[in-house]
Each structure stands twice: as structure tokens, then as C-alpha cells.
Design a protein around this ligand. Structure first.
Ligand code: AMP
Ligand code: DBH
Length: 556
């Protein structure tokens, strides 16, 4: 059996825009390997990365990355090969990612929460030949996942495990340095450096090819906007593989500026506060539900949080009320961040007035970010009115990898990315997120496709039909609610959730709530789109919920 030809990885902008982005100094021919070597030379003995157990200098980070690069190449991996990486918040996350860059290999960033369903999808879509994972993280044994993966994906040739017992797989700790194996030439700055993962809008996650030059521009500009320097200590409390703590300005921003990355395994305040106190953390990013939890904990803690300078909140909408609560507790600057792994990132600026910080999700990084706010016909709406956000620019992709259908849907003919977000824009170019056009659920910053969860539910023998919607939730921002028409005997809600857990899916995709219904009402024509159906189910549910909780009106 011969394997399918490897699809080229590419991300190309039209020549005139390439010329413009270069002339403006956005694209400077930077690459990840050159970035790491330069920082190691300049900041060698300074601390690059710390967690509860380890402390790596910049020189050690380079050394680790070089060893991992040599080890992977010694296994027979070839330049351009894709490697799915699933490592939690430990220093090796960056050791492996930079190791892949140095070797000319292409990381595909999976989250620790992903399970066999997602990981096989990433392997297949990216045609990955290797999987690198931590042996154990958050009480999950990734060797079990690796075994299933090898059985399912015959094209996957290598599994490398980081930990004390790699079992039948290759131990990462067996890798030895071998400078002779490393490429002598740096990659083309416009080539694809890695594949980031999109939260689902329809169906399974898509792969986002980002180039060296475009991504490092967004990182460099983010360090400037967020005031990151060599004295910054940035805490990664969200999963390290997420685009937000990776690049906005994230761990890469801290390393770019010669600062220190502090890693917390847990996003919860108890553990993180300890690290903030010990490492004198200055900057960090949270999703809104965590920010509220942290605010509550911070008002009672005895830990010293006085080193904090900027607390960023993004990934989902922070209401102005929630923003007020956060500001009231933390004696530092709040910064709203509205970004996407596809590119465009908006920040409120550190010197913005309080009104802007409370009520907007910021404005784009770049003067060359083109932003359109349009109506259903694609025509621009007047300033201050709601419309769909479209964008293109020097660090926003022009297409997903290996997904013609998604590309046809998600990009306009002239290369604008349809973000799916409904926003308003102020006269000064600040955006306020109002909602969205597509049916994903933003559950504490994790974007989940309604369609993907419905497809899973339909595989259950007692499910006749399923519609999955987002419901506003105090703790999560939004929760996943599944409306189910049973087939035959009605399954029990908890049993259905338990069954979902056996499907090898990320746990954040399991419905939080199951509601059984006899039928989905249809329109007069007898046909509705899934989108309309979900919208109607949601509004009926919310109406009934409000009626059930509101005090009964006294009879005269
Ligand atoms: P992804 O494309 O999976 O990286 O997810 C990006 C999406 O997350 C955006 O298109 C928004 O829908 C949502 N998002 C990110 N940050 C914010 C924010 N600050 N406010 C509201 N929505 C956000
Ligand atoms: O939600 C996101 O994807 C996100 C949020 C803030 C992001 O990708 C980013 C900043 O870079």
C-alpha cells in the first residue's frame, strides 16, 4: 500500500500585499530557529522558563531543543514532516516545539484535553508521521491514547513519550545531541511554521497554517502593545498550546523580549497564586470565567499578588459588569483581548480610558489589519451598528489546510476571513463583540461546534435526533445544552453523558445539560435549517426558564 502524497503546506498572500507588509516592516524575514538562537546568545544565563519543578535558562532551552531536533531527525523524520504534539504546561512543551522548528518539522498543536477522536482527526488531516506526548498529565495516561492511535492510523510511524516509562514507545529522554544532523539553513520565513487548531464552527476542528514571518510579527507587535520586556514574567495558566497564552503576547512574547515564562499546571487560583508570589509574575491571560473565579479568590488570599502589572482577559466576551468586578479586586491594569487562532487580535491599550477598557474588546494590532463590518448582503453597516466581522491583514490566514469546503465558506473572494463574530465598531476603530453568526458554543473560551456534538449524539441507538445549543451560564459563560428526541426507550440524561465520555472526545464537548423533547416543531413548510431550529429551541428554553424562575404575579 502506498501512502497518499503529502499535501504541501502553504499560506500565500497576493504579491501587492506581500510588498506592502514588507515595506511597512511587519514582515522582517524572522524565523523560529533564528529567534531562539539569537535569544540564547543574547540572554543565555537568564531564566527562560520555570514551573514548580524546573528552571531553564535560555541556553538550556536551546540545548534541549537541539537535542530533541537531533533525536527526531535520527528517527528518520524528514524536513516538512508534521508532528502532532500533545504536552501540557511543562517546560518541555517549548523544548519540543522549538526542537521541531530547529529540525524543520511542523508542529500540530493539540490540547491536553483532546482525546482519540480529535487526535486521529489531526493526524489524518495533517498527514502527521509522528505523535509526541507527555506520559501522564491531569490524571490521563497518553500512552493508552497512543496505542489506539497507532492501531487506527497506519501512516503514523513514530510515537515519542516524555516521562519515566515510555513503555513500547520511543522515550524522549533517550534523544542525544548530534549537531551534524541539524539543518544548516534556516527555513524560508514565508513558509508554514506550524499548524494551530481552530475551535469548531461547523464540524471538526480545522488546521490553521501560520508562517514564521506572519506569526512572529503578531508576537513582536503584541509585546510592544502589552509592554513586555526582559523584566516581564508571564504566567501561562491556560493550556500552553492555546493561541492566546502562546502569542498574545503569551509565552512567545515573553521569550521574544528576553523575559521569563512561568508555567502553572492548573488554571485555578490556589496553585497559580503560589507561583505568582514565588516568581513575582507580572503578566498573564485568563478567560472570563476564570477571571471571575480569580477575582473572588484574590479578595480573600494571603498570597502577595502585588507584582501583577497586567491582567488580560479574552477568549470569550467579558461583560462590562464582570470587567468591573475584576478591576475592583486586582490592583493592576485590565486588558481585554479579542483574538483568533486564524489571525486578527484586538487589544484594549494600556493607556486607554476606563470606559474603553470596560466596554470594548479592543482594536486590532496592526494599522494594516483591514476590518469590515457588514450586513447579510455583505455591505458595510454604518458605524456603531452590528454586523459580521470580516478581516484580512499581515497575520491573518488566507485559507485553512486541506479543507476546500471550509475555505469556500470562511473566506470571501478577495481574501477576507469571515470570523463568524457579530461586532460593533466605534469611531476610533474599537470593536465590541455582540454575538456570532455561527452555531458554536463558547464554553469558558473553548469553542465547540454544535454540529460535531450532534453527530456524536446521533451515534447513540436511543437518539432519534439531536440539536445542540449554547445556553448562557453564570459559571462558564455558555454551557452546552443538547435537545434530544429519543428513539424507543428514553435514555437517562446521566447515562447519555456517561456514554459520550466513552467516545474518546475532549471532555469539554460533553453536553452539560440534556433536555428530552417529543419532536422538533417545524415551520409551516415543514422544513427548517438546523440553524433556525437551534435558535428556536434556545429561545423557547430560555423563555420557559425565565418563567419558571420569576416570582409569580400576584392576582388582584
Ligand atoms: P478560534 O477561531 O477557535 O481561535 O476562536 C476565536 C473566537 O473566539 C473568536 O472568533 C470569537 O468568537 C471568540 N473570542 C475570542 N476572544 C473573544 C473576546 N474577547 N470576546 C468575545 N469573543 C471572543
Ligand atoms: O479565543 C482565541 O482564540 C484567542 C483569544 C485571545 C486567541 O487566539 C488569541 C487571543 O490570540
Amino acid at each position: 500500500m502506498t501512502s497518499a502524497p503529502l499535501l504541501p503546506l502553504q499560506q500565500t498572500w497576493p504579491d501587492d500585499l506581500v510588498a506592502r507588509y514588507r515595506a511597512a516592516g511587519h514582515w522582517r524575514g524572522e524565523t523560529f530557529p533564528a529567534f531562539l538562537r539569537e535569544r540564547a546568545a543574547r540572554f543565555g544565563q537568564r531564566t527562560a522558563i520555570v514551573d514548580v519543578e524546573q528552571r531553564w535558562t535560555y541556553a538550556q532551552l536551546l540545548e534541549r531543543a537541539e537535542t530533541i531536533a537531533a533525536g527526531l531527525l535520527a528517527l528518520g523524520l524528514q524536513r516538512g514532516d508534521r508532528v502532532v504534539l500533545q504536552i501540557g504546561n511543562v517546560p518541555e512543551f517549548y523544548g519540543v516545539a522549538f526542537g521541531l522548528f530547529l529540525a524543520g518539522l511542523v508542529p500540530v498543536y493539540a490540547l491536553p484535553a483532546h482525546r482519540i477522536t480529535e487526535i486521529s482527526h489531526f493526524v489524518r488531516k495533517s498527514q502527521a508521521v509522528a505523535y509526541v506526548a507527555l506520559q501522564q498529565y491531569d490524571n490521563f495516561d497518553y500512552r493508552t491514547l497512543a496505542r489506539e492511535l497507532q492501531a487506527q492510523e497506519r501512516a503514523l510511524k513514530h510515537v515519542v513519550i516524555l516521562g519515566e516509562d515510555a513503555a513500547e514507545f520511543t522515550p524522549l529522554h533517550s534523544f542525544e545531541p548530534n549537531a551534524a544532523l541539524l539543518p544548516t539553513q534556516d527555513p524560508d520565513p514565508q513558509s508554514v511554521a506550524f499548524l494551530q487548531i481552530s475551535g469548531g464552527s461547523t464540524g471538526l476542528s480545522k488546521l490553521i497554517p501560520r508562517t514564521h514571518d506572519d506569526y512572529l510579527y503578531s508576537v513582536r507587535a503584541s509585546t510592544e502593545i502589552c509592554g513586555i520586556g526582559d523584566d516581564s514574567r508571564y504566567l501561562v495558566a491556560l493550556p500552553a498550546a492555546h493561541n492566546f497564552p502562546m502569542s498574545s503576547p503569551g509565552a512567545l512574547g515573553a521569550l521574544y523580549a528576553g523575559g521569563t515564562v512561568v508555567l502553572s499546571r492548573s488554571p485555578l487560583p490556589e496553585k497559580a497564586f503560589e507561583l505568582i508570589e514565588r516568581e513575582r509574575v507580572t503578566d498573564l491571560g485568563l478567560v472570563p470565567p476564570l477571571a471571575l473565579l480569580w477575582a473572588q479568590a484574590a479578595s480573600q488570599t494571603r498570597r502577595d499578588l502585588s507584582s501583577l502589572r497586567v491582567l488580560q482577559v479574552g477568549g470569550a466576551k467579558l461583560t462590562s459588569e464582570a470587567a468591573r468586578r475584576v478591576i475592583a479586586v486586582f490592583q493592576c491594569q485590565l486588558q481585554q483581548v479579542f483574538g483568533m487562532a486564524e489571525g486578527l487580535v484586538n487589544y484594549t491599550r494600556l493607556d486607554d480610558d476606563e470606559d474603553t477598557i470596560l466596554h470594548t474588546q479592543g482594536r486590532p494590532i496592526s494599522p494594516d489589519d483591514e476590518v469590515l463590518v457588514v450586513d447579510d448582503q455583505g455591505d458595510p453597516v454604518p458605524e456603531g451598528q452590528s454586523g459580521y466581522l470580516l478581516t484580512r491583514g499581515p497575520y491573518t490566514i488566507r485559507g485553512y489546510h486541506n479543507d476546500d469546503a471550509a475555505n469556500a465558506r470562511s473566506f470571501t473572494a478577495d481574501g477576507f476571513y469571515r470570523t463568524g463574530d457579530v461586532v460593533q465598531r466605534t469611531a476610533k476603530g474599537y470593536l465590541t463583540v455582540q454575538g456570532r453568526a455561527n452555531d458554536h458554543i463558547n464554553r469558558a473560551g473553548e469553542k465547540i461546534s454544535a454540529e460535531e456534538v450532534e453527530d456524536q449524539l446521533l451515534a447513540h441507538p436511543q437518539v432519534f435526533d439531536a440539536a445542540v445549543v449554547s445556553i448562557p451560564d453564570d459559571a462558564l459563560g455558555e454551557r452546552i445544552c443538547a435537545f434530544i428526541i429519543p428513539r424507543g426507550e428514553k435514555p437517562r440524561g446521566p447515562a447519555l453523558k456517561a456514554w459520550m465520555r466513552t467516545r474518546g472526545l475532549a471532555a469539554f464537548k460533553i453536553p452539560d445539560q440534556v433536555v428530552f423533547v417529543d419532536a422538533f416543531e417545524t415551520t409551516a413548510v415543514g422544513k427548517t435549517s438546523r440553524k433556525e431550529l437551534r435558535a428556536r429551541l434556545r429561545s423557547v428554553f430560555l423563555r420557559e426558564q425565565a418563567a419558571a424562575t420569576s416570582p409569580s404575579t400576584p392576582t388582584p
